[in-house]
Design a protein around this ligand. Sequence first.
Ligand SMILES: N[C@@H](CCC(=O)N[C@@H](CS)C(=O)NCC(=O)O)C(=O)O
Ligand SMILES: N[C@@H](CCC(=O)N[C@@H](CS)C(=O)NCC(=O)O)C(=O)O
Ligand code: FES
Lengths: 104, 104
Amino acid sequence: SRLEESVKKTVASNPVVVYSKSWCSYSSEVKSLFKKLGVEPLVIELDEMGAQGPQVQKLLERLTGQHTVPNVFIGGKHIGGCTDTVKLYRRGELEPLLSEATAK
Amino acid sequence: SRLEESVKKTVASNPVVVYSKSWCSYSSEVKSLFKKLGVEPLVIELDEMGAQGPQVQKLLERLTGQHTVPNVFIGGKHIGGCTDTVKLYRRGELEPLLSEATAK
Ligand SMILES: N[C@@H](CCC(=O)N[C@@H](CS)C(=O)NCC(=O)O)C(=O)O
Ligand SMILES: N[C@@H](CCC(=O)N[C@@H](CS)C(=O)NCC(=O)O)C(=O)O
Ligand code: FES
């Protein structure tokens, strides 16, 4: 579908993408983490897209198996949610992924 | 108003009350913390109350200054949100509050 092509293009052409909800603290946490690491993700607020929001959320579930927000992609690769991202950060694995993705 | 009386009565007559949203991870975190401490809060899921949800959320803002969830009360006293509750726990101040509230 057109929406699916648009989501795939978004995650392929932006080093860091966060599908988020503007009032969600877990979404804020992951956005702050990237900010602290000097990275500016492309943030898509699903609650600010009208009827398309739930459509994109369902599509992401089909593409990634994850139906929750935040939904994080680095270098086109699906990373996971807030806890997954923080876990990678604590293991020292997030920053290498970010360097690689932002270097291209 | 009747709704205000009902909220005031709820927090006065239950040792631990959490106004929550069922799909919110910050709300889940605070519920799990209480569970881990052996306390069973009265949980009110604002997203499961239909039109009353937003009304109660606005009322809580008027009563406590807090418009977000989770909104936590212990022993009738307004504690705050998830971060406030976790902060108290880490300072060793949460459990004494809980003992006092559940002892009555
Ligand atoms: N462990 C996950 C939890 C994700 C989660 O439960 N997200 C909630 C919001 S905090 C959600 O998407 N709920 C359903 C919804 O908002 O549609 C993470 O760290 O991202
Ligand atoms: N620091 C606060 C953050 C509370 C917060 O921002 N809550 C969000 C959900 S995670 C909220 O209520 N957003 C507005 C809404 O859902 O109506 C806490 O720890 O509880
Ligand atoms: S909605 Fe509360 S943490 Fe996501």
